[in-house]
Ligand binder design. Structure first.
Ligand code: MRU
Length: 368
């Protein structure tokens, strides 16, 4: 999608394919800075500190991290596979909730193991990383196509009136390679000339809504309004929301949706107000373990500093400020779980399905 009229993706290879370039999302929307990741440890730091973030992008970065680990392992002449597997464990634990990291690391390790020399393994790792990046773009486009059908149905009932969509956090193109999950239907509806307005939850404590989603929609010329995290319920009661679309870091086979903290409250309010609540996600964000309980999903708890220190632009640089008094305690749950009874449907690259095992496996029979 566009930044100042120029097309970007969130991640790409350097010209010699020996490193990976990313947009440092910690600095957006104030500064557009590209960072180069040369080692898998760089990738771990980029994921941990949220230079790259959003489940699908974490998956793509993880795959490239594994490729960089392969390059490093061959130079070091260590036990190749031990080194690569250790890198995989570090990458997966750098942000534990998004299942995409585990999925991507697993794919690279399988490919690397099927090769019998360094060169072949490196080649395989790069091929898998490229494939995951391209599949992510394709999946988001398909999610956009299926999600557009939902928006078009609302247009049939509402006529020429503006469609109001509420979203939480950033499940936009910045959370993927391009297009986004929750935003792909929005971008496609916008291309069709459908009149849209997006309510953007600011998303405390890191403000991915206010700083990333609102900004990327603005860059595409889509009307949007930032609201405080607590305002969504009232706006829904007032009849100002036609549908909610959010993303997911991990959805279980039984349709329990782990996503940014606060998603559950929006789902409750949507349910209470009879507003459709959709979760847009690629299959790489589905946890295919057949016996996983939602309670087993590792929900990341981040530092209390993220709650107690706020950062913003003072006109010339990014500045940090203390939110409250010294010594205040804070607890920073980064994700919550929305049960399937509150979810209207999942929008995936294979189509729309109810959030339950039977319906999910109907469109993904290959996962049985
Ligand atoms: O902590 P973040 O910014 O990585 O959280 C992002 C979200 O919660 C997104 O909704 C989720 O990763 C889905 S992104 C398509």
């Amino acid at each position: 999608m566009k930044i100042n009229g120029k097309n970007f993706t969130t991640i790409w290879e350097s010209d010699d394919s020996q490193s990976v370039e990313i947009i440092d999302q910690r600095l957006l929307p104030y500064v557009l800075e590209v960072k180069t990741l040369r080692t898998y440890q760089d990738v771990v730091v980029a994921i941990k500190t949220m230079m790259v973030r959003g489940a699908p992008l974490i998956g793509v970065a993880s795959a490239y991290g594994m490729y960089l680990a392969c390059l490093e392992a061959s130079i070091r002449n260590d036990e190749f596979i031990d080194f690569v597997e250790k890198a995989g464990r570090e990458i997966i634990s750098s942000r534990p909730t998004a299942i995409n990291a585990r999925w991507a690391v697993g794919k690279v390790i399988d490919a690397v193991k099927s090769s019998n020399n360094y060169e072949g393994s490196i080649e395989q790792a790069l091929k898998i990383a490229r494939g995951i990046a391209q599949d992510d773009i394709n999946s988001c486009k398909l999610i956009g196509k299926y999600g557009l059908e939902i928006i078009e149905k609302i247009v049939e009932n509402k006529g020429n009136e503006t469609i109001n969509i509420l979203t939480h956090c950033n499940a936009g193109w910045l959370a993927t390679v391009d297009w986004g999950t929750a935003t792909a239907p929005i971008y496609m509806a916008n291309e069709r000339g459908i009149k849209l307005h997006i309510w953007v939850d600011e998303t405390r404590p890191l403000y991915q809504g206010a700083k990333l989603t609102s900004w990327e929609l603005f860059q595409e010329g889509i009307s949007n309004t930032i609201i405080t995290d607590n305002a969504g319920g009232y706006i829904m009661q007032k009849g100002l929301v036609d549908l909610v679309i959010v993303g997911s870091d991990r959805t279980t086979i039984d349709g329990f949706v782990a996503n940014k903290i606060g998603t559950h409250l929006k789902a409750l309010s949507a349910y209470d107000n009879n507003i459709p609540f959709y979760v847009a996600l690629p299959s790489s964000s589905i946890d295919w373990s057949m016996n996983i309980d939602a309670k087993d999903i590792p929900l990341e708890v981040r530092s209390e500093e993220e709650v107690l220190i706020v950062s913003g632009w003072n006109g010339s640089e990014i500045k940090e400020l203390e939110l409250t008094y010294k010594g205040a305690n804070a607890l920073n749950y980064a994700f919550d779980i929305t049960p399937p009874k509150l979810v209207t449907a999942l929008i995936t690259e294979r189509g729309i399905c109810k959030p339950n095992r039977e319906d999910i496996l109907k469109i993904f029979p290959d996962e049985i």
